[in-house]
Design a protein around this ligand. Structure first.
Ligand SMILES: C[C@H](O)CC(=O)SCCNC(=O)CCNC(=O)[C@H](O)C(C)(C)COP(=O)(O)OP(=O)(O)OC[C@H]1O[C@@H](n2cnc3c(N)ncnc32)[C@H](O)[C@@H]1OP(=O)(O)O
Length: 725
């Protein structure tokens, strides 16, 4: 066992046994920890000098739950027997129904199995601001140690359903109001109060409560059924592809109808079934992939320390610049926002204010924090404030000469340590920085719109960008609560490059006679928040035209260009911006497919003239999804082969966070490996013969498919690998 890992017991003169478990840094529950707990509880129950027990942990973080590596091992081996089976033996028989009262002393956080362990105790004392949550559904499983039964009995069914279905944490203050926590005390008082509480229960001065036996908070059967019915309807609507949501509600219902103990039995059985589901495989993969991105070879492993970035200049107050400024000021980074005239500057500042106000209106930000954030913003029209900035983020239109001019100006205006970042989404950074002699400080900081809300930050490095600058930007990304993924310099970088065939593939299908609204419906059913055409409406046609052209030129050998967006613009449509695109947009109502767009699509089909024999192709729903997503996988293969990403799983995270690829499918590469490279390769080969080079399989895909190697296996094992990182 590693140092500091284990379970100890100390019996005080007061007759209280303090059982302490420790598994740094976050006290995950593993088989040895469970074994240690069992041993100590049995010993404390047996010993005559022990009147009561306090369960606690070391290090200020009570417990983050079961070790998720165990799920990963089950996924790799299929061996479900390694899953600890503690729900009845340890939690019910040994702790809850044991002969001595147990109080949980909780500090920092109690998540998943950690909170379940605490709920098996007879009382819970917590430190203020302790985070409490059952997030198991976000891993594709359900609480497997009695959580589905005890939480409703402690906080009421509605709140418990909300906390589990949304994996929503609460703080111990709310936990106290709800009855989940019995007392809130300072960290220094935690053990003293817990000991006294345990002794009070032993002496019957305080109630000895076994949560599983309670029914007082459950309400009547008909009320419970109504709550579960509404939750099922919502689950079907919002998470149709997530089996764990409905399974969790079924398990809760079992306990309500047949009693908590039967609920626990069913819970353990369903949890095991869910662990083996594709959804759990995908979500657990995403969990670990998101943590893996923090390791970047030659950046995070060479002993460098991130420098502090306190003041940032943002150039350009448009949609992106104002979003980036918002993200920075919300995290206490001072921003100078530069525009070329006061009209544009005022507009930019208003947009930032609007972003911040929007967060307050949606109760995501307190008013005092909003005021504080806005006080960190200063609008400027020249470079004088740039003399002491730590970083500049350029966010002007995608025009090479303009960006080059800005970069040579900021090179002179900023101090020599200043990071020079561009938010370009497509332009080669070497070209952006061509007219400077500071290539080592030039880096891409590619945010996704709306920049204050979207979690991904693509950090683009050239061969010349210094490791220090990359490390600094990773640190800034984390401070502003983004997930920073370091990628290599290539047109479209990782995300836009991988996903350019997504839009083009959808357009190609339309020109082959497939209905736009059918495509959008199917892509939404696959799990994207919306289809490619609604997304185009939302992003605005200007972006579609400029970025689309850039990518089509760079990848001319495999691009499909449709005149549809130009035709839409000619007919006075500009997507959501002017309320008219493929859909009609009215305030307060959902977008409606607009039938008057169909003649424009017909005109487009006449221009491209690719309908085989002049007739629309006949195609299944499954094939439509594949004809859009397999070309994306194909480009992902090229991105990996070109070394644009460090690991395949970085592309998974980038696709989930940047393109809203459904997380429960594990990301684009993980999903492709689930579908099977061979099926993808042979489908693409077939379509390329029928419909042209857009579908031509890449060399990397062909090699993996023919050799039977998963796409996620590191590219370095492939002879064609040539890293840009
Ligand atoms: C039977 C039960 O019902 C089943 C369960 O309990 S399932 C588990 C339920 N618990 C969870 O889902 C919690 C998952 N963890 C988290 O949400 C976050 O890690 C956290 C909020 C605890 C901390 O976040 P943060 O401070 O950003 O640190 P983060 O980098 O995520 O985690 C620190 C380290 O702990 C690891 N870790 C955190 N929770 C873990 C877990 N439950 N199992 C294994 N490792 C875990 C992370 O992988 C990371 O490891 P690394 O340093 O080697 O990369």
């Amino acid at each position: 066992m590693a140092t500091g890992v284990g379970v100890t017991m100390e019996v005080g003169n007061d007759g209280v046994a303090i059982i302490t478990f420790s598994n740094p840094p976050v006290n995950v529950l593993t088989v040895p920890i469970f074994d240690g707990l069992k041993e100590k509880f049995v010993e404390a129950t047996r010993r005559d000098d022990v009147k009561a027990i306090v369960l606690t942990s070391k290090g200020g973080k009570f417990c983050v739950g079961l070790d998720i590596n165990i799920f990963e091992t089950v996924h790799k081996t299929g061996d479900i027997s390694i899953l600890p089976d503690v729900s009845i033996d340890l939690l019910v028989n040994t702790i809850e129904d044991g002969k001595k009262p147990v109080v949980a002393a909780i500090e920092g956080l109690a998540l998943g199995g950690g909170l379940e362990l605490a709920m098996g105790c007879h009382a819970r004392i917590a430190v203020p601001k302790t985070q409490l949550s059952l997030p198991e559904l976000s891993l594709g499983v359900l609480p497997g140690s009695g959580g589905t039964q005890r939480l409703p009995r402690l906080v009421g069914l509605s709140k418990a359903v909300e906390m589990m279905l949304l994996s929503k944490p609460i703080m111990s203050e709310e936990g106290k109001e709800l009855g989940l926590i019995d007392a809130l005390v300072s960290s220094e008082e935690l053990l003293r109060v817990s000991r006294l509480w345990a002794l009070d229960i032993a002496a019957r001065r305080k109630p000895w409560i076994r949560s599983l036996h309670r029914t007082d908070k459950l309400g009547s059967l008909s009320e419970s059924r109504e709550i579960l019915k509404v939750a099922r309807q919502q689950g079907k609507q919002t998470a149709p592809n997530m089996p764990q949501n409905l399974a969790c509600l079924d398990v809760i219902e079992e306990g309500i109808i047949h009693g908590g103990y039967n609920g626990v039995l069913k819970e353990a059985q369903v949890c095991k079934e869910l662990v083996l589901s594709d959804t759990s495989r995908g979500l657990v993969h995403v969990f670990f992939s998101q943590r893996a991105i923090s390791t970047v070879p030659n950046v995070t492993d060479i002993g460098l320390k991130p420098r502090s970035v306190k003041k940032v200049a943002v150039i350009g107050g448009g949609l992106m610049g104002s979003g980036i400024s918002t993200a920075l000021i919300l995290s206490n980074i001072y921003v100078v926002l530069k525009e070329i005239n006061s009209e544009y500057l005022q507009r930019g500042i208003k947009m930032v204010e609007g972003n911040v106000r929007g967060l307050v209106a949606r109760k995501k930000l307190a008013q005092d924090k909003a005021d504080k954030a806005l006080s960190m913003l200063k609008g400027v029209l020249d470079y004088s404030e740039f003399r002491n900035v730590d970083m500049v983020i350029e966010a002007v239109i995608e025009a090479v000469p303009l960006k080059q001019k800005i970069f040579s100006e900021i090179e002179k205006a900023c101090p020599p340590h200043c990071i020079l970042a561009s938010n370009t989404s497509t332009i080669d950074l070497n070209i952006v920085g061509e007219k400077t002699s500071s290539q080592d400080r030039i880096v891409g900081a590619h945010f996704f719109s709306p920049a204050h809300l979207m979690p991904l930050l693509e950090i683009v490095r050239t061969e010349k960008t210094s490791s220090q600058v990359i490390l600094d930007l990773i640190a800034v990304g984390k401070i502003i609560k983004k997930v920073p993924v370091v990628v290599g310099n290539s047109t479209g970088f990782a995300v836009n490059r991988t996903f350019f065939p997504y839009t083009q593939g959808a357009h190609l299908l339309v020109n082959l006679g497939v209905d736009v609204f059918r495509i959008d419906r199917l892509i939404s059913s696959f799990g994207f928040p919306m289809g490619p055409f609604q997304l185009q409406d939302l992003a605005g046609y200007g972006v579609a035209l400029t970025a689309g052209k850039e990518l089509a030129t760079a990848f001319a050998d495999r691009s499909f260009q449709s005149p549809l967006v130009e035709l839409l613009v000619k007919s006075g449509r500009n997507g959501k911006n002017n309320g008219k695109g493929y859909y009609l947009y009215k305030k307060g109502s959902k977008p409606k497919p607009d039938p008057s767009v169909l003649p424009i699509i017909e005109e487009c089909r006449r221009i491209t003239n690719i309908l085989p024999d002049g007739k629309p192709i006949s195609i299944s729903d499954k094939e439509i999804v594949e004809m859009i997503l397999f070309p994306v996988v194909n480009e992902a293969c090229r991105v990996m082969e070109d070394g644009v990403v460090v690991r395949a799983s970085d592309l998974d995270i980038a696709s989930v966070l940047g393109m809203s690829f459904p997380s429960y499918r594990g990301g684009i590469v993980f999903w492709a490996d689930t579908v099977g490279p061979n099926h993808i390769y042979s489908s693409l080969k077939n379509w390329s013969e029928l419909y042209g080079s857009f579908y031509k399989p890449s060399r990397f895909l062909e090699e993996r498919a023919t050799k039977g190697i998963p796409l996620s296996v590191p590219a370095s094992t492939s002879p064609a690998s040539r890293s840009r990182l």
